[in-house]
Design a protein around this ligand. Structure first.
Ligand code: BDR
Length: 313
């Protein structure tokens, strides 16, 4: 049976790769809609980037909904220093021929969860969790209707990438992450601890280009652009590829290892706001609320990504 997905996203090249990966597995995923989030860049750009990606993949049948223009509390933090001034720099992407859906992203989440049988829908979160948390606050009845959340979020062993203690998606909206993690919904977290194992080496990017289709080439061009910042920062042989960990986990969970543990979010600390505290050694008696992925097989991961990209135009 196909997994029905609502995708939360602020693409961002790594998330573009994740969205294309999902679209390249139409036998496994039924995408109900993309909710554009403010994050890597402002909402205007993230909605536009979602539309461009659907155009690239010839999937303009999928609707894009604009979510909230800023996090639940505080000002928006963006990451143009990684993703470029459009948030999705690198390749020339096709002109957009469609428009965003008139319904607000939060209303779309609420309506879709209410209309579907309880437990039927997976929330695929590639971005800050603002719109899901807003939907949960506005309509608490939807909480028990969510089948599962699979989210790229947080870090523990690899600490932070936007501050020394916080991962970007959680840092942008710690209040939203806290609402979601405290809600006792089945959730799997793909943190930096695993995404930092998935390095976009020159060989892997060359294989991506070699697929020869426009989605494969465009993805390689996007990642070549966004990796520049990380290559310099970490000095590794490739950059971490975050977003596709979410679809890869849904497609083939056995290439990952993790544990069910407690994950809590720090919202108050002056130096630690947005930190995810993962109780990996089960030191506290806080309730286990998340499946926390710690390791993954990078060769199998890139194999899956290439397989999916190859099915696209
Ligand atoms: C996350 O931050 C964003 O910049 C990326 O798109 C990814 O979602 C990684 O911390």
């Amino acid at each position: 049976m196909k997994r029905k997905l609502i995708i939360l996203t602020d693409p961002g090249q790594d998330q573009a790769a994740a969205i294309l990966m999902i679209l390249g597995a139409p036998d496994r995923f039924d995408v109900l809609g993309l909710v554009a989030t403010a994050g890597n860049i402002d909402l205007g750009h993230t909605t536009d980037n979602c539309l461009k990606l659907l155009e690239l993949a010839e999937r303009t049948d999928i609707k894009v909904y604009a979510g909230c223009p800023r996090p639940m509390a505080g000002a928006l933090v963006t990451a143009e220093h990684v993703h470029g001034p459009t948030g999705l720099d690198g390749p020339d992407l096709p002109d957009v021929t469609t428009r965003i859906a008139p319904e607000h992203g939060v209303d779309f989440i609420i309506r879709t969860l209410r209309e579907a049988p309880a437990g039927d829908i997976t929330i695929c979160s590639l971005s800050p969790l603002t719109n899901l948390a807003m939907a949960m606050v506005m309509a608490p009845d939807i909480v028990s209707r969510i089948g599962e959340i699979v989210a790229m979020a947080g870090a523990y062993f690899e600490v932070g990438n936007i501050t020394p203690t916080a991962e970007f998606n959680v840092y942008v909206d710690p209040e939203a992450a806290k609402i979601v993690l405290d809600a006792e919904i089945p959730i799997t977290i793909l943190p930096l601890d695993v995404t930092h194992q998935m390095l976009s080496t020159p060989e892997r990017l060359a294989q991506m280009r070699k697929i020869g289709n426009r989605c494969g080439v465009a993805t390689a061009e996007m990642l070549e652009f966004s990796q520049a910042f990380d290559l310099q920062k970490y000095g590794w042989k490739g950059a971490p590829l975050h977003g596709p960990c979410v679809p890869a986990y849904m497609l083939q969970p056995d290439i990952f290892q993790g544990r069910k543990i407690n994950v809590s979010v720090e919202t108050a600390g002056a130096l630690t706001r947005g930190m995810t505290i993962a109780d990996w050694w089960q030191i506290s008696d806080r309730k286990k609320n998340a499946f926390y992925v710690r390791n993954g097989d990078a060769e199998a991961y890139y194999g899956l990504l290439l397989e999916c990209l190859a099915r696209l135009p």
